[in-house]
Design a binder for this molecule. Structure first.
Ligand code: 5AD
Ligand code: SF4
Length: 492
């Protein structure tokens, strides 16, 4: 993949005051300039609104929360996508169908430019790190107002201002991170739970995966920085934190800044960080996403076992059950090693929920390979498995390998789904009749008399209760399992 800066952001703006050079002061400056714009509109009786449409993983969801924080500081008001004056798409490029979805959305939005003179469209996220995509948008979607990548999210205020000021489309995509600027004041969907990035990028280069190309090399934040953010989140009402990284097990291989903790303990790794985050007063639950099976250590299992705050849920992507396919995927574990790890985890943490990602139709996958995958699913007995059809990503090594015919893939995919859902249903049933602590997240979407709570193991339960319980921890009796959720009642 070609690496080059694409940018037409002006160096100088016609503004009265000097523009700060340093971040985050520079973006604070542009936030205040954008605020003027919102204010001027408000004086004319126009309240400008925004919506962010998010595709993809938890990392993107968290980035969207941070952008929402920025837009709210500017003075934009959140609104449904159909009504908003500014719509930003935070894109994903892990699979081809996500790309197609974006182009579909853009086509639908184009007519709104005619009816709403304030209407703007912004694009960001992983897809924008691909040169072909940016060229296509530039050529075929002239109504897109601004576009940026994964390494300059914090520059949203400057880009937005440049777009308003210059009255032409603004594009800025960097091939790699230039500087790291944390964004303060994310606006979360749920005030009581939050993602927390502990690292960025990935060095694993699984042969099917585009992530290392669009998110760059692995970089860890210092423990000091992470713990400070965790404490601030708790002060802001958060009780559940999800630590985020492409492979959390390799946390600590490359720090972005100097760290006292690391200089005193050079072996400090993810298990230490997890234990330290658990010590933050006021925090009730800690989750993490995603560990790679190749380097999930015994020490990590011990830390989970000894810290009740760590949720009993491990997402352990297997991708395939065939050692030969795993070798060609560059996963660096075999079927046997993976199953041994599962056994070790289940032994140490008997009540853990184990979930996974499985990919069907990786180049060269035979029926025998597929049977190995089914075998792993039956032996690991996943509580849930996210199943994907292999999608060819240009620039990755697997793209040039021999592809499996579509009908064969589809047939295997359906057979896999059958096995996965039968087991998930059985697994869900195992807690029926138990009383468990849940975090009440929201009113039930279908039935407003019900609340929805999340168990530590990530399953949901619907039960009758007052809205005032939202954000609280409540003991719920699990009356009935419905395969992938429960119905229950508050325990007296
Ligand atoms: N095709 C299909 N699925 C993919 N994933 C990653 N890359 C691809 C691809 N090229 C899946 C993996 C990963 C999850 C986040 O997405 O299963 O664990
Ligand atoms: Fe992609 Fe593999 Fe890195 Fe996960 S670990 S982001 S699948 S390269």
């Amino acid at each position: 993949m070609e690496q080059k800066v694409i940018s037409n952001i002006p160096e100088a703006y016609r503004v009265d005051q000097p523009i700060p050079e340093k971040e985050p002061e520079r973006q604070d400056f542009f936030i205040s300039l954008c605020q003027n714009y919102i204010e001027t509109n408000r004086e004319k009786g126009i309240s400008l609104t925004y919506a962010i449409v998010t595709f993809g993983c938890q990392m993107n969801a968290h980035d969207s929360d941070r952008m929402r924080g920025i837009l709210e500081r500017i003075g934009y008001i959140e609104a449904p996508e159909k009504e908003a004056d500014l719509v930003i798409f935070n894109t994903c490029t892990v699979r081809e169908n996500a790309n197609q979805k974006l182009y579909g959305h853009l086509g639908q939005l184009k007519p709104r430019k005619k009816t709403n003179p304030n209407f703007m469209i912004g694009l960001c996220g992983c897809m924008m790190q691909e040169r072909d995509v940016v060229e296509k948008i530039n050529r075929s979607y002239p109504f897109v107002d601004f576009l940026f990548g994964t390494f300059n999210l914090h520059r949203l205020p400057e880009l937005l201002f440049a777009r308003l000021h210059e009255n032409k489309r603004m594009i800025e995509v960097l091939p790699e991170p230039k500087e790291h600027v944390e964004i303060k004041g994310a606006k979360r969907k749920y005030p009581f739970k939050s993602g927390l990035n502990i690292m960025y990028g990935c060095n694993n280069f699984c042969t099917y995966c585009i992530v290392p190309y669009v998110r760059g090399r692995e970089r860890s934040r210092t423990p000091e920085d992470i713990l400070k953010e965790a404490r601030l989140l708790v002060e802001d009402g958060v009780t559940e934190i999800m630590l985020l990284g492409q492979n959390v097990n390799s946390y600590g291989t490359n720090f972005m800044e100097e760290s006292q903790i690391i200089s005193e303990n050079p072996d400090y790794g993810f298990p230490d960080l997890l234990a330290d985050v658990c010590k933050v007063p006021g925090l009730k639950r800690v989750r993490f996403m995603t560990p790679h099976p190749k380097d999930l250590s015994d020490r990590l299992i011990e830390v989970i076992r000894d810290n009740p705050k760590v949720c009993r849920h491990i997402h352990l992507p297997v991708q395939s059950g065939s050692s030969e396919i795993l070798r060609r995927m560059n996963r660096r574990y075999t079927k046997e090693q993976y199953l041994a790890l599962v056994e070790k985890i289940r032994k140490a943490l008997p009540d853990v929920s184990l979930t996974t990602d499985i990919m069907i139709g990786f180049p060269g996958e035979t029926e025998e390979d597929f049977q190995d995958t089914l075998d792993v699913v039956r032996k690991a007995r996943y509580d849930q498995a996210y199943t994907f059809i292999y999608s060819r990503r240009t620039g990755t090594p697997a793209a040039t390998m021999e592809q499996v015919p579509e009908d064969v893939v589809k047939d295997r995919f359906d057979r896999l789904l059958d096995v996965v859902s039968t087991i998930a249903h059985e697994r869900c049933g195992r807690f029926e009749g138990n009383t468990v602590e849940v975090l009440v997240e929201e009113k039930n979407a279908q039935n407003p008399k019900l609340l929805t709570g999340r168990l530590g193991n990530n399953l949901l339960v619907h039960f009758a209760g007052e809205d005032t319980l939202i954000g609280q921890y409540v003991k719920v009796h699990l009356l009935k399992s419905h395969g992938f959720y429960y119905t229950g009642e508050i325990a007296e």
